[in-house]
Design a protein around this ligand. Structure first.
Ligand code: ZN
Length: 161
């Protein structure tokens, strides 16, 4: 049974670190499974559509993406939560799109962020399987936002004037 974890807030150093890659030996480990499960529970409890490990004070390259329709993105697809380990964006579309973002680590603040419309991502599953997926629109925005967290970047750093 996973417990809800505290979420790091803007201003805390953990959110500015470049997170470490998950090592081969960590795939399929109890600790990695428990981390993902606790991140998922924490994200759902806060009604988030994504979360990155540094937000729960673990400086590792693990993110969860879980698009669903909401007021700002009524056409967003409802998808099962995808856990991505060591995600890397292989391709960014030329086309970009401006859209509103918020963050569990930046409460009560939202802003317009320019992101690639679609991206191709390489990542590992929790068991170490290599996956390659293309995301478009809102899910692509979430992936880019969460990978930013792994590099110490918050959406407020990317706000358009
Ligand atoms: Zn965030």
């Amino acid at each position: 049974m996973s417990t809800v974890l505290p979420v790091a807030q803007r201003g805390e150093d953990i959110l500015r670190l470049k997170a470490a890659r998950v090592a081969d030996a960590e795939f399929n480990s109890d600790w990695l499974m428990q981390l993902a499960s606790a991140m998922l529970v924490t994200m759902l409890e806060r009604s988030g559509v994504g979360i990155a490990a540094p937000q729960v004070y673990i400086s590792k390259r693990v993110i969860i993406v879980a698009s669903r329709p909401n007021l700002r993105y009524p056409d967003a697809p409802e998808m099962d939560a995808v856990v991505m380990v060591n995600p890397e964006i292989l391709e960014f579309s030329q086309a970009t799109t401006l859209g509103e973002e918020g963050c569990l680590s930046v409460p009560n603040e939202r802003g317009q962020v320019q992101r690639a419309q679609s991206i191709k991502v390489l990542y590992h599953t929790l068991t170490g399987e290599v996956m390659e997926s293309t995301f478009e629109g809102f899910p692509a925005r979430i992936v880019q936002h969460e990978i930013d967290h792994l590099n110490g970047i918050l959406f407020v750093d990317r706000l358009s004037a």
